[in-house]
Design a protein around this ligand. Structure first.
Ligand code: F0G
Length: 481
């Protein structure tokens, strides 16, 4: 595709995030990195010439018009805050009907006062993860540029979402997904297969698949749906709009989110930067991004090596040296939270910007902490997959360090549905020691302290009655209590 700069009259355009470059491009071109310098692109708006509501509560008018699919969508009912597409091109499959759940049992595990821990449950999206927010926007853009073949590399949820958007719409999209062989959870692989995606399993992990899909997309002119696509992040901004909406527009003190490819954290930062700029929010929540210990690039660089945004002038040498050392040591990401098993996050720079804007912190949590937190979420919330539980484990860590106060209002983003990864869940709760060792022990998980063990007994009425009475008497302890 020939590259042109944007016209001065464009209300929305793409802009390189590198201030030394600042290249601008029209909104109706597809780029997955700046054609001038290779850095990331933002979707940028000329807000002064766009009709933006004067108060966030103005969006409530959309609630009464749910027969319009654009007002029903949890992404597009905020379309004035991501105004890059003509309405006629918008793609929606009813994403974003998510909810913010007050979870006191989980809150007490984290160390919060009642009412102060909230879980934003993104598992209720059509494909069961937050990715649908981004896909609604990216597929809209794909329609704007008349793309047909769409591809991604994935740890599973991006590929599941991409596959659903291809199968559930009638715009002729063809799904091509790249996954690391053996590297994605069964629930997610099942989705890609069931929805008819061309599923390419390569020998290697997510980082390898990501590199390969970029090459293939360029060679074959295929539209890329990973979060290097700036339109994905526009859709993911709406997760924050819905959190604010659920809190009746009062910002929480903290947003805690797992970090993998760092698309979400980058999108959240952009959402808050824009809301502040537009005068729609006067206080920005703090952001905590949580890595798994086995995939901790962000934590190493930010918390331990002092990497920061510095108005886009962050030190690229620091990052390069980090990756060189990682590669020469044969470092590969490894965590039970397969969704965030990523060592080379493509949105690192945008995430640095988000951390700067939101006075953010980064932490890493072990697979033991992740699995324990996941069991607590299951017992006291709507349930989630391991990567999502990293947010809760991270909140607990920050609470123990005194960085989060018990009276703060904390929102953890539960990014993916519990049923995405049944293998991890059953290995934790089950009684099969070999399975525990194979799935969890091999990753340093030693105990299942919050396990709810299945009870195996003979098919005998008296035995069954005795067991039920034993387990359900008032004296019996609740599982994992
Ligand atoms: N949680 C879940 C359930 C995910 O699937 C992912 C990413 C993340 C958290 C991390 O989000 O990349 O925005 O920092 N999954 C991608 C995928 C990489 O391919 O499905 P992020």
């Amino acid at each position: 595709m020939s590259v042109t700069t944007r016209a001065a009259t464009d209300l929305a355009y793409q802009r390189c995030i590198n201030p030394a470059c600042g290249a601008t491009l029209p909104v109706d071109q597809a780029h997955f990195g700046c054609p001038e310098c290779g850095d990331g692109l933002d979707v940028t708006y000329d807000w002064d010439r766009l009709p933006v509501p004067s108060r966030l509560s103005d969006f409530e008018a959309k609630w009464s018009n749910r027969v319009n699919p654009l007002d029903f969508s949890g992404v597009w009912r905020f379309r004035e805050l991501l105004p890059f597409a003509p309405e006629a091109r918008i793609v929606t499959i009813g994403e974003g009907q998510t909810l913010l759940q007050a979870a006191d049992k989980v809150g007490s595990y984290v160390g919060m006062r009642p009412g102060h821990l909230l879980l934003q449950y993104e598992g209720m999206n059509p494909s069961g993860s937050f990715k649908d927010n981004g896909m609604a926007a990216a597929f809209t853009h794909a329609r704007m540029v008349n793309a047909r073949r769409v591809a991604c590399a994935s740890t599973g949820n991006t590929s599941a979402a991409l596959s659903v958007y291809c199968s559930a719409t009638n715009f002729g999209f063809k799904a091509i997904i790249f996954v690391g062989s053996g590297k994605i959870a069964y629930g997610k692989l099942a989705q890609a297969l069931d929805h008819g995606a061309l599923t390419i399993q390569i020998a290697g992990d997510f980082d390898d698949a990501m590199q390969r899909v970029r090459q293939v997309a360029e060679r074959l002119n295929i539209y890329l749906m990973n979060s290097v696509n700036p339109f994905r992040l526009e859709g993911q901004k709406t997760i924050m709009f819905r959190v604010l909406e659920a809190l009746r527009w009062e910002p929480p003190d903290w947003i805690v989110v797992p970090g993998g490819n760092l698309g979400n954290s980058s999108a959240f930062g952009k959402a808050f930067i824009e809301l502040k700029h537009l005068g729609l929010l006067d206080r920005i929540p703090r952001l905590a991004v949580i890595n798994a210990s086995g995939a901790r690039t962000l934590d190493q660089l930010v918390t331990h090596q002092g990497l920061s945004w510095r108005d886009g002038l962050h030190d690229p040498e620091l990052t390069r040296a980090f990756y060189e050392a990682m590669d020469s040591g044969g470092g590969k990401a490894s965590t039970i939270a397969s969704a965030i098993e990523i060592n080379r996050p493509v949105n690192l720079t945008k995430c640095l910007r988000a951390l700067h804007a939101c006075d953010g912190v980064v932490r890493q949590v072990s697979d033991q902490e992740i699995m324990d937190a996941k069991a607590r979420v299951g017992a006291g919330g709507l349930g989630c997959e391991p990567a999502s539980a990293a947010a809760v484990a991270g909140a607990k860590r920050l609470r123990e360090e005194g960085i989060i106060a018990p009276s703060d209002r904390v929102v953890c983003i539960l990014t993916g549905h519990q049923l995405k990864d049944p293998t991890a869940t059953v290995a934790y709760h089950g009684t099969d020691q070999d399975q525990f060792e194979k799935v969890l022990g091999s990753r340093g998980v030693r105990r299942a302290g919050f396990a709810n063990r299945p009870v195996v007994i003979a098919n005998d009425l008296d035995d069954i009655i005795r067991t039920i009475n034993l387990y359900s008497s008032d004296a019996a302890e609740a599982p994992g209590a």
